[in-house]
Design a protein. Structure first.
Length: 72
C-alpha cells in the first residue's frame, strides 16, 4: 500500500515515520508546501545576517532532538 502524508510539521514527520515502519506499507510520500523541512511552526529566518530559529516553544528540546536524530 502507498500512503500520502500531508504536512511536514512535527505531526506529519512523526506520522510518516511510524507509517513507514508498518508492515504492508510499501511507500510513504510526505507533501509539504514550505521549503523548510519542519513546516508548521518550525521556521528559520535571517535577521541582519544571523539565522534565527523560531517556533517549537512548547516542545521538550531533548525529545525533539531525539526525534530529529531518528528521522534523519
Amino acid at each position: 500500500m502507498k500512503v500520502a502524508v500531508i504536512g511536514g510539521g512535527v505531526s506529519g514527520l512523526g506520522s510518516a515515520y511510524v507509517l513507514a515502519r508498518e508492515d504492508g506499507i510499501k511507500e510513504v510520500v510526505l507533501f509539504e508546501k514550505e521549503e523548510s523541512f519542519f513546516g508548521g511552526h518550525g521556521k528559520t529566518m535571517r535577521l541582519e545576517g544571523v539565522d534565527l530559529d523560531i517556533g517549537f516553544i512548547v516542545f521538550n528540546v531533548g525529545s525533539l532532538l531525539d526525534g530529529e536524530d531518528q528521522l534523519g
